[in-house]
Design a protein around this ligand. Structure first.
Ligand code: FE
Length: 249
């Protein structure tokens, strides 16, 4: 398997490139529209054909490049069936593996950050999206989020994986890249150790996070598999423009 972790600096999103070295087929997980040119160049450089884009959830902080990549490269759009997006080509469900050459991804329904959120396990690792971040987790106060659901998803679906499973998160805001299930079980300050459900709910209720500045544009755009709004306020236009530099988290 060929594996690359790519960082998009505006929303601190990690995009994952997974590819089968035998067939040259690739999947991009959580690709970001503002980094599409970089991803297309990387696919070309590595001689890969993009078979699928795959999103973990309907994002509120960036726009997926699923639709643009489909137009440009002919890739199919894979996304959680739960969200019933008409633009989805491959509806993803738990219990139905995604197979591509030597790659086998196992979707895990992990609601809580959003109700339709999925993580994807493959080989020795799990792409946790925003369900489980390194020393953290995604917020639960929008998009049918639920602290109780997130607690149960993490404890029942992720913390039950083998302890040495590598954890690749959907974001990191402090340049961290990878963790393990054991590390998050031991020291995640929200979900690890002996923290119980009521304590987690209190932590999440007390975060006092600001209203997400891009959510009103991102969610409708992502429900259409990645459409940039026609008239973005100037301060938000960078979300739909190609990044020039590609700093790696
Ligand atoms: Fe998210």
């Amino acid at each position: 398997m060929l594996f690359r972790q790519l960082f998009e600096p505006l929303s601190s999103t990690y995009t994952y490139l997974l590819a089968c070295e035998h067939t040259g087929q690739a999947i991009l997980v959580d690709p970001v529209v503002s980094a599409m040119d970089r991803d297309v160049a990387l696919l070309r450089e590595l001689g890969l054909r993009l078979a699928y884009t795959l999103d973990t959830h309907i994002h509120a902080d960036h726009i997926t490049s699923a639709l643009e990549l489909k137009r440009k490269l002919g890739s199919k759009i894979a996304a959680p069936a739960f969200d019933r997006l008409p633009c989805t080509d491959l509806p993803v469900e738990e219990g139905q593996a995604i197979e591509l050459g030597e790659l086998t991804l196992h979707p895990l329904h992990t609601p809580g950050h959003t109700d339709g959120h999925f993580a994807y396990r493959l080989e020795d690792r799990v792409l946790t999206g925003d369900a489980l971040l390194i020393d953290g987790c995604g917020r639960t106060d929008f998009q049918n989020g639920s602290a109780e659901d997130l607690y149960n998803s993490v404890h029942q679906k992720l913390f039950t994986l083998p302890e040495d499973t590598l954890v690749y998160p959907g974001h990191d805001y402090q340049n961290r890249r990878v963790s393990t299930i054991a590390q998050e079980k031991n020291r995640n300050p929200r979900l690890g150790g002996q923290i119980e459900l009521d304590e987690f709910k209190a932590i999440m209720a007390g975060l006092n996070l600001p209203y997400p500045k891009f959510i009103d544009h991102a969610v409708p755009g992502n429900r259409a598999c990645g459409v940039c709004p026609g008239h973005l306020p100037e301060e938000l236009q960078a979300y739909c423009q190609q990044i020039n530099e590609t700093p790696q988290g």
